[in-house]
Design a binder for this molecule. Structure first.
Ligand code: ADP
Ligand code: MG
Length: 538
């Protein structure tokens, strides 16, 4: 097949342009990205080899080769490789919609340097240092290879070639502009050594240069926490999560005994854009005795903790374990329960140790965590313990424990109201009596709030009570006097006859300044829930 010239997809072009004009001050990271991709490709080949012997390699590795004269740096792996279509689809476009979205926001909002830091730029970061990149690849199991080349200006060439070994080699033609600057001499062996050590030490395949292996390949989760630097954890997090921002918290655990496993988990510091999408990728990486087995193992976490990233290394599972088996494995279920408990306990610790981090966590992930209140899990109490809610008591969200501590004499319920926004709830006539009485009301505005309040009865023995439900027996709500009842009788009859959509119109002493408010039956839907069901077409 002859050489074709193709255009990068629009978003990819934009990202390339940012790279060419170097949005990062630290260019060293391009090498980390190439090694990270090579490592992913080696994982994939190993998995493919488990199913099909012919796809195996007995010496999986990554090789770096520098040529000072030609000013090139080549990163080669004997991983899974890519087909022609994959090269076009994976390298020529940005598949991750999160990146495309960040780019759009970046374009609209030019000055936001902070957004730039949110990119997981991956492969394209190579254009920070390159004026040309040549990629040669052959997919395991395919007869021919592919040669791809681009100078990062918006187009690339692609052709089918013979005699390419399985795997991928990426030759970086370093820009001449950086030649003077020793900082940017990526053909310098000491420089390369230092970058690999710093960013890619934990990579589980050897990264070789000439005769020497540059990385220790030590599994981070198997090392005592005191021996691992924060930076090493951060780099590991980046590698497994493809998230550009630093993790909020690190959770490490080890279980010994009949079923042994180690886990290294990370709470991200911001929610991914697809947190609430059904088909989004999430889950942990599963290893068996240091050997990578499965990516995105959802089975290892309950759904409401799906945003947690990390690794579980179990000692006693079969190396051939499949997703199907995973779903039923009793040990896996046990691990999931333990991890969930540990994660919730860590978040509780965070509340007291680092309130700021806790607030960030809850802002980003609270609505997802609250989904855990719906499914009758044993973790209800632990979830309510770490939850916080907007409340009439102040601008800052409150925990339920603090709410209980503030309850005045005579109040025996946790009052709440659900709605679209804080303002909408606060202006509701339902609030009046509670305001007058000095009772605090939780203002629940997440969609999931509508549902969990139906499922959860109490917190630490104190019942939840919607203030829009029928018999809110506010101690102050007195029966209307017989005189009042008589005075309004005619109006009530007329209203009851006229208002077809309302079940009953009755006299109340609940309101202090509004003339009327709508109340649901005790068993009926709250107005907001009714609205939600309507919106869903039910
Ligand atoms: P990410 O690694 O976050 O997916 P990248 O931009 O780094 O994003 O890489 C894009 C995709 O290109 C990868 O997901 C992978 O499918 C493919 N790819 C990149 N490098 C290699 C490689 N060395 N071998 C095989 N596939 C690769
Ligand atoms: Mg990558």
């Amino acid at each position: 097949m002859s050489t074709e010239t193709l255009e990068f997809q629009a978003e990819a072009r934009q990202l390339l342009e940012l790279m060419v004009h170097s949005i990062y001050s630290n260019k060293d990271i391009f090498l980390r990205e190439l090694i990270s991709n090579a490592s992913d490709a080696l994982d994939k080949r190993r998995l493919a080899g488990l199913k099909d012997d012919s796809l195996k390699t007995d010496d999986p590795h990554i090789e770096i080769e520098a040529d000072k004269e030609a000013r090139t740096l080549t990163v080669r792996d004997n991983g899974i490789g890519m087909t022609r279509d994959e090269v076009v689809g994976l390298i020529g476009t940005i598949a991750r919609s999160g990146t495309a979205e960040t780019l759009r926001r970046l374009k609209e909002n030019k000055e936001s340097a902070e957004l730039i830091g949110q990119f997981g730029v991956g492969f394209y970061s190579v254009f920070m240092v390159a004026d040309k990149v040549t990629l040669l690849t052959r997919k395991a199991g395919e007869a021919t290879g592919v040669r791809w080349e681009s100078d990062g200006d918006g187009t690339y060439t692609i052709e089918t070639v013979e005699d390419v070994p399985v795997g991928t080699s990426i030759r970086v033609h370093l820009r001449p502009a950086d030649e003077e600057d020793a900082l940017y001499d990526y053909t310098d062996e000491a420089k390369i050594r230092q970058i690999v050590k710093r960013y890619s030490d934990f990579i589980s395949f050897p990264v070789r240069m000439g005769e020497s292996t540059l990385n220790s390949m030590k599994a981070l989760w198997a090392r005592p926490r005191s021996e691992v630097s924060e930076e090493e954890y951060r780099e590991f997090y980046r590698h497994i999560s493809h998230d550009w921002t630093d993790p909020l918290d690190i959770i490490q655990m080890r279980a010994e005994g009949t079923f042994e496993y180690e886990a290294l988990l990370f709470l991200p510091s911001r929610a991914p854009h697809d947190l609430y999408q059904r088909d989004a990728r999430h889950g942990l990486q599963l290893y068996v005795k240091r050997v990578f087995i499965l990516d995105d193992s959802r089975e290892l976490l309950p759904d409401h903790l799906r945003f947690v990233k990390g690794v579980v290394d179990a000692a006693d599972l079969s190396l051939n374990i499949s997703r199907e088996i995973l779903q039923q494995d009793r040990h896996i279920q046990l691990i999931r329960r333990r991890l969930a408990k540990k994660i919730l306990a860590s978040i509780k610790d965070l509340m007291s140790k680092d309130a700021e981090k806790y607030r960030t966590f809850w802002r980003e992930f609270g609505p997802a965590v609250k989904e855990g209140l719906l499914d009758g899990t044993e973790d209800h109490k632990a979830i309510l313990d770490i939850a916080s809610f907007a409340s009439t008591a102040g601008d800052e969200p409150t925990t339920l424990a603090d709410y209980l501590a503030r309850m005045p004499e005579g109040q025996d319920k946790i009052y709440f109201m659900t709605g679209d926004s804080r303002a909408q709830i606060e202006n509701s006539p339902h609030m009046e009596a509670f305001r007058a009485k000095g009772y605090e009301v939780l203002l629940l505005t997440d969609r999931v709030d509508e549902i969990w309040v139906e499922a959860v009865h109490d917190y630490a023995g104190t019942e939840f009570q919607s203030i829009t439900r029928g018999a809110v027996d506010l101690p102050s709500e007195e029966e209307p006097s017989p005189e009042q009842a008589e005075a309004y009788a005619a109006v009530l009859t007329w209203l009851n006859d006229t208002l077809d959509d309302v079940k009953e119109v009755r006299l109340t002493t609940r309101l202090t300044s509004s003339p009327a408010c709508l109340v649901s039956d005790t068993d009926g839907l709250t107005p907001a829930l009714e609205k939600m069901y309507k919106a869903m077409g039910q």
